[in-house]
Design a protein around this ligand. Sequence first.
Ligand code: NA7
Length: 551
Amino acid sequence: METSAITSGQASPGGSADLDVPKLDVIVIGAGVAGLYQLYRLRELGLEVRVYEAGTDVGGTWYWNRYPGARFDSESWSYGYSFSPEVLQEWEWPEHFAAQPDTLRYLNFVADKFDLRRDIRFRSRLVAAHFDDKTDRWTVTFEDGHKDSARLLITALGPLSAYTLPNIPGRETYRGQAFHTARWPREGVSLKGKRVGIIGTGATAIQCIQTIAREVGSLTVFQRTPNWAAPLHNRRITPEEQQTIKASYAEIFERCRQTSTCFIHQTDPRNALDVSPEEREAFWEKLYSEPGFGIWVGNFADVLTDKKANELASAFMAKKIRERVKDPKVADKLIPKDHGFGTRRLPLESGYFEVYNQPNVRLVDINETPIERITEGGIRTSAEDFAFDVLIYATGFDGVTGPYDRIDIRGPGGRRLKDDWQGMPRTFLGMLADGFPNMLMVLGPHTARGNIPRNIEEIVDWLSGLVRFMKEHGHRRVETRRAEVDRWVAEVEQAVEGLLFNEVNSWQTGVNRNVEGRQVRRILGYYGGALAYRRRIEAVAVGGYRELRFD
Ligand code: NA7
């Protein structure tokens, strides 16, 4: 292997004996969709790379989230990696919206095909990463005490990997089985005939509730905030469709490149307020009857920006809930009142609302009767004691910055990333944190996010280009320039102006009521659209990364 400045650094600070690969170029954290692809690209550059993964195998999000009903809301054939024509031809998605076991199988297939596991160390949860200003290297420490060191640290942590449990008193006193959906046991849980309680009604809970309602004895759903949800319309892919999909990958991915969210759906150029009520209604009926996120990201142009248009869309969705839920009181509880349609990540569902017509399912609005505590036997609200065999926490994640907050990341002079990111994170292009040299982030705050693997491929390709540039020019160190970070943060702030979602609490705006210090909204993504983001990052690369500082 050719020696480069990236590779030619000293061993770890102090040359600690437990650094088993002292000449690593790059350490990647995470072996999910992002980490696997990052490894593949760095190998191509002939670098010494090691991936560390907390789980026992590859898959990331799809490794951890094994709860019943977990599946894509993105079209399967637009979700897989696009970089390998062979993978595209060899792999067959069974359904238009694949279930979690199929996605995990897919990621294993990719890992096997490129022999990726040989560079991955599993069961390695990162607890600390410290940068040494003299050697320009990162030293990382894992939960089991293992240490390692490399010139570059690439974080592929996943924006939704830091799951959060509800801050309800008494959680530890509960004697039955209790699971967070992101830590569902590998061997599964038998729910047949059991009394099950579930807290949460987000995208995860909706998938889980509609799936388990069939087999449980009774299901009690504790809802704090109802969410808008639209039908997924999933079905199996026929052999003919399979052939068409395989023959159309180039067009599918080109289509994804042309939309603002990298899904196949594109915003309609018309405004809801400019068309007649009949035309509006007909379009919404059409979207409601079609698969996927079209109703969210392929809706009229003003639905997510104009309050009046949004109210009309919300009224349409409320009407649908009332049509589907027999008890008007229950229907009313399921209709969001505090946020408009599409202003939070839209869950897609398959028979979710009808679940509440089943005699074994009960909806508890905890705004009316708050949960007072979790007891030995179940949940006590202000009105009633509930007994459960199984308690499910579908209570979400500390989004985007949460996974970083949980690691002791320190830059030059002991500067802590967690302190820096208490408020709005300061990044350049969402890929480099201001003040943290040689740390590169895949899907950190302020990258474009939509159809995640499409975003990941672009970011990983860009980061790999930067690493190649460093190698070719003999650079040992890359860091941000303050003025360029200021400029980027201003662009990020400008991009959310006028977007209704920015006025609503959710993980996308950085709010998690279970996490101290995370009650205030922050901007955690670049929302100017994937095309603008791509133009911006490509210009930096083409211009020779002049916005960054190298040593
Ligand atoms: P979400 O969308 O953050 O949903 C979490 C749910 O849990 C939501 O309904 C919360 O209510 C509820 N929650 C959280 N804490 C509590 C407490 N303490 N008491 C009652 N209810 C609570 O997470 P998901 O896992 O569903 O989805 C995350 C993403 O994964 C999703 O966007 C997709 O991209 C895939 P709240 O709304 O805060 O009132």
